[in-house]
Design a protein. Structure first.
Length: 104
């Protein structure tokens, strides 16, 4: 993954713009920010958004630390929905935390 700082957080983002990633389905119940329709799908990192407290932990009253890297991921809509009737170049971008992503 890369070098870690004193707080245990990666000192450099794991992914860079243009990297191809796959969204995991880690089966975590409760407060998650990853829609089902993008799980198991591949997209491209559009940008690194920064590191923030983990909202899945915050949703349970915990501090959400260490911070988790957040990325904006770009998907082709036709790849997400096989019966998509829009233009073939239509896209969707969502923000996904690092622990939900793996290299594709």
């Amino acid at each position: 993954r890369g070098p870690r700082g004193e707080d245990g957080r990666l000192t450099m983002p794991r992914f860079q713009p243009g990297d191809r990633v796959r969204v995991l389905d880690i089966g975590r119940p409760g407060h998650v920010r990853v829609p089902f329709f993008v799980r198991h799908h591949e997209g491209l990192i559009e940008r690194y958004c920064g590191a923030y407290p983990n909202p899945e932990e915050l949703g349970h009253g915990r501090p959400g630390l260490p911070p988790v890297d957040l990325y904006r991921v770009h998907f082709r809509q036709a790849a997400l929905w096989p019966d998509y009737a829009g233009a073939p170049h239509d896209t969707l971008e969502i923000e996904v935390y690092d622990h939900w992503l793996e290299p594709a």
